[in-house]
Design a protein around this ligand. Structure first.
Ligand SMILES: *Cc1c(COP(=O)(O)O)cnc(C)c1O
Length: 494
């Protein structure tokens, strides 16, 4: 047996730890009639080749994996546009209550009244927070919320006989999901340029809206972390041309309790519960991207939504629904977590979240703008975008800086986005970080800036002591190993 070198991570996969006959759980006695196995044609392999491992071995395996990973529970995670705020543990407790975690989506409505009431109240809360009263919680992610909202816009125009409205106008600073969702919804994408202050170029927008405009999709606050000063003019320019205005409200942290997007003239929006409303995300886990619409568009929402009559809650289909966007009612466990967060924070707390998110981002902006350069140096909202072009001229890229941050135990900011900012490093501290954490981040960034002068290779080779260093990220995303296969085993473990 090869003895690992001290400190080396035990990278054996669960199947490699398997020993025939070893067992980690005792199954309870059967309390339902025994059923024959399904038709063998439905089984991938018999026997199933499940790993046979003891309970401590399983715990060690997953604990080791978790230590090779980074999470908000480990350290500061200023990943711009992703709102990696702390996930309060009370959210988990509520989601695991038997009446929440132990119910089945096929149960009759009358047996799950509490769960339906929770969905109804969350619909109402989100409608109140955003000023867009029609809410459907079904979409499973921000991107699916976008697609759903755009399908609602299409249904609205189809209903009016305005079938020539097939264009989605999207700013050049938009999140990549916006043009992708528009294309999936069958719309033609036309790009709207930004002006030199990072705002929508309103004159260009005026020239682009016409009788083919279906929607103008705007991220709010913008992906530069800025509030769009011409917002009211923008929404009325689009409305005058007969189009609808869509708000990408994935990150509403800076607006909570301060401004309602419905009041700004938006007709449709989505918001990410896994960003703004503190439910966990990352790694492709379950999310929720509710779609929010004005009263006029409500009848086109996907099915189901929850309606209340007196004390009775029912899952219903809106009258002119676009149909289902997925199975069942969305990520119910995520909805419970977001509901818990909203109730725990309360109405007054909402505004405090926004204020602290804005103060934290501006604290970092003003501390680092001198050394790292800021894309648009004015008061920002929940995030600021650094543009370290002076460092790039010295041979150190935004990627190198990000990788070096990992050595200091800090997750890299979002890089090279928005695309219109050279060497973009998008920093979003969120309201849940203390001044101490922000001060440490600022000190680390300054230290890295000194290293760029003194020993740039420290950055070129970073990170230095993580389980993996520089990965083929595009390759990993295109060809992931998602399950164990003996022949790939040695590669997958690398
Ligand atoms: C995260 C994000 C999205 C996409 O949300 P997903 O849940 O990842 O699909 C869309 N727009 C903006 C501005 C975002 O930050």
């Amino acid at each position: 047996m090869n003895v690992p070198i001290p400190g080396e991570i035990d990278r054996r996969l669960l199947n490699d730890r398997s020993v025939s006959g070893r067992i980690g759980v005792r199954m309870p006695d059967l309390d339902v009639p025994e059923q024959p196995l399904p038709d063998s044609g439905l089984l991938r392999s018999v026997p199933a080749h499940l790993p046979e491992v003891s309970q401590p071995e399983v715990v060690r395996y997953f604990t080791t994996l978790s230590r090779m990973n980074f999470s908000i529970d480990t350290n500061f995670y200023p990943l711009g546009s992703c709102t990696m705020k702390y996930n309060p543990k009370i959210n988990e407790e509520m989601a695991f209550l038997p009446g929440m975690g132990g119910i089945h989506p096929h149960q009759p409505d009358e047996t799950v009244q509490g769960a339906l009431q929770l969905i109804w109240e969350l619909q109402s809360d989100l409608g109140e927070i955003t000023g867009l009263p029609g809410v459907c919680l079904a979409p499973l992610a921000g991107a699916q919320g976008e697609y759903t909202g755009l399908m609602v816009a299409r249904a609205y125009f189809a209903d009016r006989g305005e079938t020539a409205r097939t264009v989605a106008l999207i700013p050049d600073s938009a999140h990549g999901t916006n043009p992708a969702s528009a294309a999936m919804a069958g719309l033609d994408v036309i790009t709207v340029p930004s002006d030199s202050d990072g705002n929508v170029n309103v004159e260009a927008l005026r020239g682009l809206v016409d009788e083919r405009t279906c929607v103008f999709m705007l991220t709010i606050p913008s992906t530069l972390g800025l509030f769009e000063p011409n917002i009211l003019e923008i929404t009325s320019v689009v409305h005058e041309a007969g189009g609808l205005v869509y708000a990408d409200g994935a990150n509403l942290n800076a607006l909570l309790g301060i401004v309602k997007i419905g009041d700004l003239g938006f007709d449709i929006a989505h918001s990410n519960l896994h960003k703004t409303f503190s439910t966990p995300h990352g790694g492709g886990g379950p999310g929720a991207g509710p779609v929010l619409v004005s009263e006029e568009l409500r009848r086109f929402l996907p099915t189901p939504v929850v309606e209340r009559t007196g004390d009775d809650y029912r899952l219903v289909a809106p009258p002119d629904t676009i149909g289902r966007v997925n199975g069942f009612h969305g990520s119910f466990g995520v909805l419970v977590r977001a509901y818990t967060y909203i109730r725990a924070v309360g109405v007054e707390g909402m505004r405090e979240i926004a204020e602290n998110a804005i103060i934290n981002a501006n604290y970092i902006r003003s501390a680092l703008s001198g050394e790292f350069g800021i894309a648009v140096d004015r008061i920002c909202m929940h995030e600021c975008v650094l543009s370290p072009q002076a460092q790039k001229a010295k041979g150190v890229s935004a990627l190198d800086i990000s990788k070096r941050l990992i050595d200091y135990g800090i997750h890299p900011p979002t890089m090279y986005f928005p695309l219109i900012i050279p060497e973009a490093l998008m920093v979003e501290p969120t309201e849940t970080e203390s001044k101490d954490t922000l001060d440490r981040f600022i000190a680390v960034m300054r230290q890295i800036n000194r290293e760029i002068e003194e020993d740039p290779d420290l950055l070129h080779d970073a990170p230095h002591d993580t389980p993996n260093t520089r990965l083929d990220e595009a390759g990993a995303a295109r060809n992931p190993y998602l399950h164990w296969r003996p022949e790939q085993n040695s590669q997958a473990a690398d």
